[in-house]
Write a protein that binds this ligand. Structure first.
Ligand SMILES: Nc1ncnc2c1ncn2[C@@H]1O[C@H](COP(=O)(O)OP(=O)(O)OP(=O)(O)O)[C@@H](O)[C@H]1O
Ligand SMILES: [Mg+2]
Length: 509
């Protein structure tokens, strides 16, 4: 291994960490530790202070108080460069790779050796392949990052950290963007790392993942540690209670509704993927007033393209999209919105918000030109403030104020703000892609309740989700997509995971 390091990490402790941001006490005297050969899960509601604590450990933020001990020795981590030298790596909530470069170039970029004129990319590629084999991380070092699916990009991030000699790896919500299959693969890699003596810190909102992969769990609430347990001594319900401070409801009674007229109709829809290959092959489906239709499937089987083709974000190459009797095929997104559609995009962090804008500005994106928020040419600031306050309150969006730039909110709170905005529009048709990805269990409960309320009010909902539990809990009918086609449609109350799993694998029953 080329990277020189002071030593191997056997233990890392954070003691009494305090971190303040304007108007927020993000970490309030947090103690946390991790040892070689264990996975320590860090759990907590959106905005509890998990990412902040980890950014302090990675040298991105300086704590206002507290101490970090590495192998028992106190030290100051001034920058990520220093963290890396100490053997600490971090996989961020949002990836930081450079799309036009290859995998190998991304792995070596920033290393001292890469500043030479001739970089030995062949040697780097060989080392990448070795690491990939040792840890079960399938990647092609010569592929360009823009060509990779998110799961592959994450593997590159992990290889990049290993290449730099990370003994301790921080993974901030690594599974939020992965398919269930990819999660299994990631867990196999993490188990291998654990066996090789790495220390791992794992952040997730999915309690079954905590149970499956961690040895210990620490729960944060409002910047403070509210619990620490050995995983074998706890269960999902207890963890949820610790996080939220109350019991969490996970199954729903849906009121019986007779679906009304067809509000969303997709007929023989065809569209292409980013790579120009057929992504949708004559997809037809209908969603009626007061109905939730779930789209299940392994990601990459056309779900994203379907959502984008319906919402005007992707050219339709064949077939039609009809919203409330209006043909909106190949209309602009603005026209589709005007026809009565709300869209919760999967890539919310890039498509759903303008990060430099304030909370209130983001709360009215898309709706700002319409009454009641505008009167004639003027924005009605009083109403906007009331509207924003209601969204923040209903969805428990944690923010110091309405003026705060969205980029200062925690990941999950940005998600909640977008969901609040889109669901508050009382749409005729709602296309919701992965609506609870990255949000905590309490917010998941709230979002599910809202989707059911909207259904009672007559919204026709197309729910695209990789979370089979979510699909089965909410959907009146479930359509399974496989390779750009609908493999089958089953009634929500009759579907079984086994049956859906077969359809998802392309086996027609
Ligand atoms: N750079 C920043 N400037 C101002 N406030 C910040 C900044 N980063 C985080 N905060 C605030 O600190 C608090 C904790 O945020 P953090 O990102 O650590 O939460 P989290 O537990 O990771 O949440 P999530 O599950 O949503 O990712 C939040 O209230 C957030 O708004
Ligand atoms: Mg976070």
């Amino acid at each position: 291994m080329a990277t020189a390091r002071p030593g191997i990490i056997t233990s890392l402790e954070m003691c009494g960490i305090v971190k303040r941001f304007p108007g927020v006490l993000a970490n309030d005297g947090v103690d946390f530790d991790v040892r070689a050969g264990e996975v320590h899960a860090l759990l907590g509601e959106n905005g509890a202070g998990k990412s902040t604590l980890m950014k302090i450990l990675y040298g991105l933020y300086q704590p206002d108080a507290g101490e970090i001990l590495l192998n028992g020795r106190p030290l100051n981590i001034a920058s990520p460069a220093q963290a890396i030298r100490l053997g600490i790596g971090m996989i961020h909530q949002h990836f930081m790779l450079i799309p036009p470069l290859t995998v190998a170039e991304n792995v070596i970029i920033g290393l001292p050796s890469s500043r030479r004129i001739f970089v030995d990319t062949d040697r780097a590629a060989r080392r990448i392949s070795e690491l990939a084999d040792a840890y079960g991380l399938q990647v092609d070092p010569r592929a360009f990052v823009w060509q990779l699916a998110v799961g592959e990009q994450q593997r590159v991030e992990i290889i990049k950290a290993l290449y730099r000699g990370a003994d301790l790896l921080i993974l901030d919500e690594p599974t939020a963007v992965l398919t269930p299959q990819e999660v299994d693969e990631l867990f196999a890699t993490l188990r291998q790392m654990k066996q090789n003596g790495h220390a791992l810190i794992f952040i997730t909102h999915k309690l079954h993942e905590v149970m499956a992969i961690s040895d210990r769990v620490t729960v944060l609430r409002d910047g403070r540690v509210v619990g620490r347990v050995a995983t074998q001594d706890t269960d999902e319900a207890a963890l949820a209670r610790m996080m939220v401070g109350r019991d969490v409801i996970r199954t729903w009674e849906k009121p019986a509704i007779t679906p009304g007229q067809v509000l969303l109709s997709v007929e023989d829809l065809e569209a292409q993927s980013d790579k120009g290959t057929p992504a949708l092959k004559r997809v037809s489906l209908e969603v009626r007033e007061g109905e939730i239709v779930g789209i299940a499937g392994v990601s990459g089987n056309g779900q994203r393209e379907l959502a984008e083709a319906i919402t005007g974000l992707r050219p339709v190459t064949g077939g039609r999209v009809i919203i409330a009797d209006r043909d909106v095929t190949n209309c602009s997104p603005a026209e589709v919105l005007a026809a009565g559609l709300s869209f919760i995009p999967e890539g919310r962090m890039t498509m759903g918000v303008i990060k430099e804008f304030s909370v209130w500005e983001n709360a009215i994106l898309e709706t700002h030109a319409q009454p009641p928020l505008a009167r004639g040419m003027f924005l009605d600031f009083k109403r906007i403030a009331d509207h924003t306050r209601r969204l923040i309150g209903d969805y428990e969006v944690k923010t110091p104020s309405q003026e705060t730039p969205v980029k200062n909110l925690s990941g999950g709170n940005i998600q909640k703000l977008i969901l609040a905005r889109e669901l508050s529009r009382a749409p005729k048709v709602l296309v919701a892609a992965q609506p609870t990805r990255g949000v905590d269990v309490g917010a998941t409960e709230y979002i599910h309740r809202r989707l059911i309320e909207q259904r009672s009010q007559g919204t026709a909902t197309l729910l695209i989700s990789e979370d089979l539990d979510e699909i089965m809990a909410l959907s009146d009918r479930i359509a399974v997509m496989y390779e750009g086609q609908i493999m089958g449609v089953v009634r929500g109350d009759e579907a079984s995971p086994e049956q859906l799993g077969l359809l998802m694998a392309g086996v027609r029953s």
